[in-house]
Design a protein around this ligand. Sequence first.
Ligand SMILES: Nc1ncnc2c1ncn2[C@@H]1O[C@H](COP(=O)(O)O)[C@@H](O)[C@H]1OP(=O)(O)O
Ligand SMILES: [Mg+2]
Length: 357
Amino acid sequence: MAYEKELQVAQLAVARAAILTKAVFHEKAKGTVSKDDKSPVTIGDFGAQALIIAAIKHNFPSDEVVGEEEASSLREQKDLSSTIWNLVKDVKLDDPESDALLGGPIRSEAEMLDIIDMGNSAGGNKGRIWALDPIDGTKGFLRGGQYAVCLALIVDGDVKVGVLGCPNLPIDDREPLTEDMGAAASDAEGKGVLFSAVLGQGATSQPLTRRGASTDSTGVRPIHVSKISDVSEAVMCESVEPGHSSKGDNALIAEKLGITRKPVQMDSQAKYGSVARGAGDLYLRLPVRKDYIEKIWDHAAGDLIVREAGGQVTDVAGNRLNFGLGRTLTENKGVIAAPANVHAQVLKAVQEVLNSK
Ligand SMILES: Nc1ncnc2c1ncn2[C@@H]1O[C@H](COP(=O)(O)O)[C@@H](O)[C@H]1OP(=O)(O)O
Ligand SMILES: [Mg+2]
């Protein structure tokens, strides 16, 4: 199977980084990381980026990485850097064989900073480029709600492998979304899912934890978008943050489509995962600010996972997202993700609402 090793490395790297983010969250809860609201995000973000890039570079040394973070600010904040290092150096998967596949521990704090800076690729439509968002949905992460560790492999501009680790989504694909999905999730059993897709090979979900060589085949399920035929019954997913996606436009589109259910709000690419597994039906992201350009790491994995699960993903003009133009989606505005059979109908409603403004 094509991209088997890439998929395995991406899944394990995301799972290991997710363990770190959870450790940071628990430290925050205990008050031992910092009382400053933002620092848990910084610690989790940089730490997860270091762990994931280390795994990529160990297995595919000449691949490039487009990572959200770079370490220059961290080099000037010695205390923060050493806090991150103290967490990063101890993070392990629960199975040594899988850890070994990722290349074992990073050797020093200095090496960790250098690895973080390897996420500086300019992107583009040539060669093998990984797009990495170590913590997507930082507000959700701080709240104890939805966030995602996101990794995708783009080859010659086309997404080939996508993995999303969603520590606070239910494991069960059939668990319905609730309106308060984006609020604090309990840390109870039954949470934490890993979505994956390889181009042409379909999409899957599996429990995020207890992954390893010995348990590799357990719990992997194919996922599909919902079989909705009457779009008025759709469950729509949207951002929590009003600045990221227009709630007003979404409401008008819902009205046009006859949708009466309240949208489900959650942060991060967990929305793509929820649509891919059929828990939600639609994901709409309509621009609030005309000048905002979406970043490739915020969409690459989710785009492939939804398409491989039987969905279509376009911008508001109906074009596919173009990941081969650099670090940003310069040619696209907004996102519409929906099951293939209703996408055209949703797109039409989106365009009618936008054109009437
Ligand atoms: N004005 C904006 N419009 C759309 N997305 C934005 C905007 N500002 C920030 N974002 C990005 O939205 C993503 C989260 O989306 P969601 O609301 O779906 O959770 C973040 O990666 C964030 O990027 P950044 O991390 O650079 O601020
Ligand atoms: Mg993001």
